[in-house]
Design a protein around this ligand. Structure first.
Ligand SMILES: [Zn+2]
Length: 57
């Protein structure tokens, strides 16, 4: 049993909708900060906003 409540989430490019990153985050506290992130997309070949989608873990 792991301590803490980290939720797995996948980050999708807002332009091509490709799943580019999988990270974990803490739902208590990081919820707001982790709504959207600027990350590099290999398909678009540029930094672009990614939206988060929680995955069950
Ligand atoms: Zn993209």
């Amino acid at each position: 049993m792991a301590r803490g409540k980290n939720t797995f989430c996948t980050w999708y490019c807002t332009e091509c909708n490709k799943a580019n990153y999988i990270t974990t985050y803490n739902k208590r506290g990081q919820e707001e900060a982790m709504k959207e992130k600027n990350k590099y997309c290999n398909s678009c070949r540029k930094h672009i906003a990614h939206k988060r989608k929680d995955t069950k873990s």
